[in-house]
Design a protein. Sequence first.
Length: 247
Amino acid sequence: MPSRQKGTSLSLWALLPPLLFLLLWEILALANGERILPSPQSTLRALGGLMANRATWRSLLLTLLRGSGGLALGGAAGLALGTLCGRNPRLHDALSPMVTLAQGCPPIVWISLLMVWLSLGGAIPLAVSTISVFPILLIQTANAVRGLDPRWFEVAVVYRLSPWQKWRHLLMPAIAHPLAGAFSYACGITWKVTATAEFFGATDGMGAQIYQSYHDLALERLFAWTLLIALLGMAIDALLVRRLRTL
């Protein structure tokens, strides 16, 4: 019985912040008017209208595909070059300035440059998400490989393992745990960066829909898209990111 009471108490405490947030939102909406701040009810009605529209699901799918593509491309490049950098200090030193540049520049810089080079289009969100993920995986992979016991590689030479066998049976099991944290972080930021890139540099996707709502001053729709993007982020965190962090 005490454990049940404890579980109920924890559930109530978990519900308290969102309830207080909704209460504050309602008060501010009443104080400022719907033209300034849509109420939770009008936002939910607008969200229901969006969910009943096929175009909404197409926009959501486009954003997820672009983010997943950027995660795959940036992750693969980061893993490959990170492994080489971990085994070759000279290569690591040579690539460090490029990696620092990619990691230090905010996404808006890359979006601006790509808009000049590529104009508007779906390639911009894909490229920006790739650039955002690449340095995270490269740095973490290089650090993990550099921390491995050199005797492991001597064993690989003795058993004449091929490069693929070294990667599959030696490197990946050894660096999987530290890479899980880096990959979870990359997953967490990919969809945000993708939506931001769509806002400025694409004509479709969730970010572009947010821009269109802002341009039309359709605040209910703008808040509905914002809520939808927040729910998507929570779903990604619950279904994927948290599980990766526990590996």
